[in-house]
Design a protein around this ligand. Structure first.
Ligand code: ADP
Ligand code: MG
Length: 255
């Protein structure tokens, strides 16, 4: 298991106007682990993922990855926001997979996988092409290298989006409801790719309503309501023996 990708969230709160979208969230996500975040719509799941990448700046508390303050540097007792360039550099360590794939529609599959590592000067073009084919093998889509991404099925597009997230060799990958835009028959192929990554040493944080997936893969399950973590534990603890009434109520609806 990799020693990289330890996420530490300490007392994080986030307001949108007067609405508290995150309310004093603290969470430890060990390196190489799989954390599944559950919770009703509007409970702050996406906001928490976005905060981990500093796509949302938090109002209180802080988030660290492997000891680095995300979006900030510490000087004495105070945190100062980093400059855009330093934030972008941190973001390279954190892959993001969205509900709606967000591939570049005007690029082929191969070009989608080459763009970021070349743009960030991580790899030469030749090395990036080689890596792209290796990533296509990981997601089982080598034969689609030259296809236009918009011509792929939703499940295939999401598998390419996962390969693209891997292309920068992140320590952490955040998945925000990666299968909720898919037709039911395409969900399994995407979850299978995520399961494969679960054993790779990359830290995964997955917002999903797929309880079976959580049960099978999660090292830790976190349940959120109204911006708060109300319960967390192993898959067995949280899914089979939930203690909090809100967790029980939620599970009775989705199971
Ligand atoms: P979830 O992903 O669990 O459905 P979100 O994190 O998207 O929840 O949203 C949490 C709360 O914050 C919701 O009440 C939502 O309406 C609000 N919210 C999220 N993003 C914004 C924003 N950019 N501006 C204002 N309110 C927002
Ligand atoms: Mg959301």
């Amino acid at each position: 298991m990799s020693a990289e990708g330890h996420i530490s969230i300490t007392g994080v709160s986030k307001y949108f106007g007067r609405h508290k979208a995150l309310d004093d969230v603290s969470l430890e996500i060990p390196p190489g682990s799989v954390t599944v975040i559950l919770g009703p719509s509007g409970s702050g799941k996406s906001t928490l993922l976005r905060a981990i990448n500093h796509l949302e700046r938090v109002d209180e508390g802080f988030i660290q990855i492997d000891g680095d303050y995300i979006g900030y540097r510490r000087q004495g007792d105070r945190l100062y926001e980093l400059k855009e360039k330093a934030i972008l550099k941190q973001r390279i360590n954190v892959g993001y997979v969205f509900q709606n794939f967000n591939l570049f529609p005007h690029l082929t599959v191969l070009e989608n996988l080459i763009e970021a590592p070349v743009a960030h000067k991580r790899l030469s073009r030749r090395a990036a092409v080689e890596q792209a084919y290796a990533l296509l093998d990981v997601v089982g889509l080598r034969d689609k290298a030259d296809a236009w991404s918009r011509h792929l099925s939703g499940g295939q597009q999401q598998r390419i989006a996962i390969a693209r997230a891997l292309a920068l060799r992140p320590r952490v990958i955040l998945f925000d409801e990666p299968t909720s835009a898919l037709d039911p028959e395409l969900v399994g192929e995407v979850l299978d790719v995520i399961k494969k990554l679960a054993r790779s040493g990359t830290t995964l944080v997955v917002v999903t309503h797929e309880i079976g997936f959580a049960r099978e893969v999660a090292d830790q399950v976190v349940f959120m309501v109204d911006g708060k973590v109300v319960e967390q534990g192993s898959g067995d603890e949280l899914l089979n023996h939930p203690r909090h009434p809100r967790t029980r109520q939620f599970l009775s609806k989705v199971l």
